[in-house]
Design a protein around this ligand. Structure first.
Ligand SMILES: Cc1cc2nc3c(=O)[nH]c(=O)nc-3n(C[C@H](O)[C@H](O)[C@H](O)COP(=O)(O)OP(=O)(O)OC[C@H]3O[C@@H](n4cnc5c(N)ncnc54)[C@H](O)[C@@H]3O)c2cc1C
Length: 301
C-alpha cells in the first residue's frame, strides 16, 4: 500500500513526486512515457533557473531528481481507479497498485479532426505539433487547420521552413488572435489563409498527398498540422464521480483537492487558466503538500 500514487510524468507529476518523497511518503509515479507535453518544446525560456533549455532536457532533469529521491517510477498506462477514502486500487495495462492518496497529473492532449485516415497518416503527413515537426517540411507545401493563436504561431514557424503554408479555418476571421501575429502573417508571402472551409478528407497512398476541402477544392499538401485545441486526459476520474467542467477539466480547490476525499489533481488537467510547466509544477507541489497534511492528520486521529 503506497501513501501516494501519482498518475502522470509531466512537470505536475514530477513535482508532486519530489515533494511527496521529501515528506518521506511511500511514493509511486506512473506515466505512459518519460516527460509530458513539455518534452515537445524545442526551447523553454520561461522556467526559472534556466535562461534557455530544451523541453526534453528539462523533463529529463525532473525525472533524474525524482529517481534520485528514491521514488518508484513506472512506465505504464493507468486504465482505471477504484475506491474511496484512503483505499484506492489503480489498475494499469500490466499491473495493479494500492494507495491511500491519488494525485491526477495526466495533462491534456491535442484535439483530433476526427477524419477517416487521420490516425493512419499520423507521422506520415499529419502532425499535431509544429514545434516538433516543422523541420521535416523544408521546402514543402503544408496546411495548418485552425484559426486560434496557436494555429497562427504554428503557421509562422512553418513558413520559416516550408515553401507554402495554407491556413485552413472554418470561420471568416481568426479567433481572438494576438494583433502582432496577424500583422506578421500578412507580411509573410508564403502564407495563404483560406477562410470558411473545413477539411473533408485526407488523400494519399502510403502518406498524405493532399486534402479535399468542403468547397470542393483539392489542395496538394505534404503535411497537415492540426491545431484545433486540446482535451484534458480526465477520463479516468469518470468512475469516481469527480466534478469536471463542461470541457472535462477537473475542478479542484486552491489546495488541489478534488471533491472526492483522497484524490487531488494538478497541472494541465485541472480547471485553471494558465497551462504552463511552471504552473503545473506549482500545483503539483500543492497537491503533494495537501496529501501529506491529510495523511498526517489521519495518523493522529
Ligand atoms: C510544443 C509545446 C511547447 C510548450 N512550451 C512551453 C514553454 O515554453 N513553457 C512552459 O511553461 N510550458 C510550455 N508548454 C506547456 C507545457 O508543456 C504544459 O503546460 C505542461 O507540460 C503541463 O504539465 P502536466 O504535468 O500538467 O501535463 P503533461 O506534461 O501533459 O504530462 C501529463 C502526463 O501524463 C501522462 N498520462 C496521461 N494519461 C495517463 C494514463 N492514463 N496513465 C499514465 N499516464 C498518463 C501523459 O502521457 C503525460 O506524460 C508547451 C507545450 C507544448 C505542446
Amino acid at each position: 500500500m503506497y501513501d501516494v500514487l501519482i498518475i502522470g510524468t509531466g512537470p505536475a507529476g514530477y513535482t508532486s513526486a519530489i515533494y511527496s518523497a521529501r515528506y518521506n511518503l511511500e511514493t509511486i509515479q506512473i506515466g505512459e512515457m518519460p516527460g509530458g507535453l513539455i518534452s515537445e518544446a524545442p526551447e523553454v525560456c520561461n522556467y526559472p533557473g534556466f535562461e534557455s533549455i530544451s523541453g526534453m532536457e528539462l523533463s529529463n532533469k525532473m525525472e533524474d531528481q525524482v529517481k534520485e529521491l528514491g521514488v518508484e517510477v513506472v512506465y505504464d498506462e493507468v486504465v482505471s481507479i477504484e475506491g474511496r477514502d484512503d483505499d484506492f486500487t489503480v489498475e494499469t495495462r500490466r499491473d495493479e497498485y494500492e494507495a491511500k492518496k491519488i494525485i491526477m497529473a495526466t495533462g491534456q492532449e491535442r484535439r483530433r479532426l476526427g477524419l477517416e485516415r487521420e490516425h493512419e497518416f499520423k507521422g506520415k503527413g499529419v502532425s499535431y505539433c509544429a514545434t516538433c515537426d516543422a523541420a521535416f517540411y523544408k521546402d514543402k507545401k503544408v496546411g495548418v487547420v485552425g484559426g486560434g493563436d496557436a494555429a497562427l504561431a504554428s503557421a509562422l514557424l512553418l513558413s520559416d521552413h516550408s515553401e507554402k503554408v495554407y491556413i485552413l479555418y472554418r470561420q471568416d476571421e481568426f479567433f481572438r488572435p494576438e494583433p502582432i501575429r496577424v500583422k506578421e502573417i500578412e507580411q509573410r508571402e508564403n502564407i495563404e489563409p483560406i477562410f470558411e472551409v473545413n477539411v473533408e478528407s485526407l488523400i494519399g497512398e502510403d502518406k498524405l498527398e493532399g486534402v479535399k476541402l468542403d468547397n470542393s477544392q483539392f489542395l496538394e499538401l505534404d503535411g497537415l498540422f492540426i491545431e484545433i485545441g486540446s482535451v484534458p486526459n480526465s477520463g479516468l476520474v469518470e468512475d469516481l464521480d469527480i466534478k469536471v467542467t463542461e470541457d472535462g477539466y477537473i475542478r479542484t480547490d486552491e489546495e488541489r483537492r478534488t471533491d472526492v476525499p483522497g484524490v487531488y489533481a494538478a497541472g494541465d488537467v485541472i480547471d485553471s487558466p494558465l497551462k504552463q510547466a511552471i504552473t503545473a509544477a506549482g500545483q503539483g507541489a500543492e497537491a503533494a503538500t495537501t496529501a501529506y497534511e491529510e495523511l498526517k492528520k489521519e495518523e493522529v486521529t
